[in-house]
Design a protein around this ligand. Structure first.
Ligand SMILES: Nc1nc2c(ncn2[C@@H]2O[C@H](COP(=O)(O)OP(=O)(O)OP(=O)(O)O)[C@@H](O)[C@H]2O)c(=O)[nH]1
Ligand SMILES: [Mg+2]
Length: 288
């Protein structure tokens, strides 16, 4: 990859909190956490766009362009924080385009969010994927809901527009509606798309959630905890697109049915977590 050791010694780099990247970075990805700050860093952001990236060089430029369009529409002070575990040029591109880059070992999607939480500077956080599937030009309604007092804002692709072929038919017409219905019945919630990866929440809520899931089960853990913590929750529509040509889904690399199985695994995690002490081991907010 092109994230060279020469690049690592630029003055814009803030020293890592847990050690420095090594020459191995070029081959195996980062071994430790290290923060890289762009020359045009945003001071005192109100909002952090927090996005994990694993080899997204084909989409990251367009993705950041969408973020900037969304930010311009809101007029807010926003930092973009990419939690990067790539071995391609994703971090170079992101830093050059003004994002903060936290280099982190590839330990799963949930772990990427856990690793990044201490580095978030915004009062509010909007999270999602770097693959240009969720429309980050539409961050406005998430931010408005958070400013209105919501603790947790779920995106809903079913209330937005789903581009043809963006979601496999098995997910769109069976897996997601069925798992959403079951979760709603169990927890008396009213979500319309429990697997939507674009979400907003306050930094305070994110910290108190104290996420433990290392993999994609973090998504169900968040929902479960939002219900148990009685967070003030809103849902906003989000448009969902096919990933641009050339971008290969991480899920599809695992096998045809992997992502469908993942939806059900997420639901089972939530159901199991409901009954375990782990689900109650976080602080419940005093004012609900
Ligand atoms: N830092 C980091 N990012 C990851 C990791 N795994 C996935 N990502 C990123 O997290 C986001 C969501 O990834 P996934 O949902 O696993 O993969 P995907 O390719 O979007 O899968 P589908 O769209 O569901 O088919 C993308 O931006 C990935 O690049 C990881 O271990 N570390
Ligand atoms: Mg994706």
């Amino acid at each position: 990859m092109s994230f060279s050791s020469d690049f690592l010694s630029r003055p814009s780099i803030e020293s890592g909190l847990r050690g420095k990247a090594t020459a191995d970075t070029n081959i195996a990805g980062p071994q430790t956490l290290e923060m890289f700050v762009p020359a045009d860093d945003v001071a005192e952001p109100e909002l952090t766009i927090l996005v994990p990236a694993l080899n997204e060089a084909t989409t990251i430029s367009r993705f950041l362009g969408w973020c900037k369009e969304g930010i311009a529409r809101t007029g807010a002070h926003v930092e973009i924080l990419i939690v990067d575990s790539s071995t391609d040029s994703t971090p170079d591109i992101a830093l050059a385009l003004g994002a903060r880059v936290l280099r982190a070992p590839a330990r799963g999607l949930g772990r990427a969010y856990i690793d990044a939480t201490p580095f978030v500077r915004g009062k509010y956080v909007i999270m999602g994927d770097a693959d240009c599937t969720y429309d980050f030009r539409q961050i406005g309604p998430f931010l408005e809901a958070l400013r209105r007092g919501a603790d947790f804002v779920m995106g809903s692709r079913f209330r937005g527009r789903i581009e043809p072929d963006a979601m496999p038919a098995l997910h769109r017409y069976f897996g997601t509606p069925a798992t959403t219905l079951i979760l709603n019945c169990m927890f008396h919630s009213r979500f319309s798309d429990i697997h939507c990866g674009m979400r907003g929440l306050t930094l305070d809520a994110l910290r108190r959630m104290n996420l433990q899931s290392q993999g994609r089960e973090y998504a169900s853990e968040m929902l479960l905890k939002s219900v148990h913590m009685r967070l003030r929750t809103e849902e906003v529509p989000i448009d969902f697109y096919r990933a641009p040509g050339g971008r290969e889904s991480h899920m599809k690399r695992l096998g045809q049915l992997a992502s469908h199985a993942g939806e059900w695994r997420g639901l089972f995690f939530a159901v199991a977590g409901w009954r375990t002490p782990c689900a109650r081991s976080y602080p419940i907010p005093a004012a609900v």
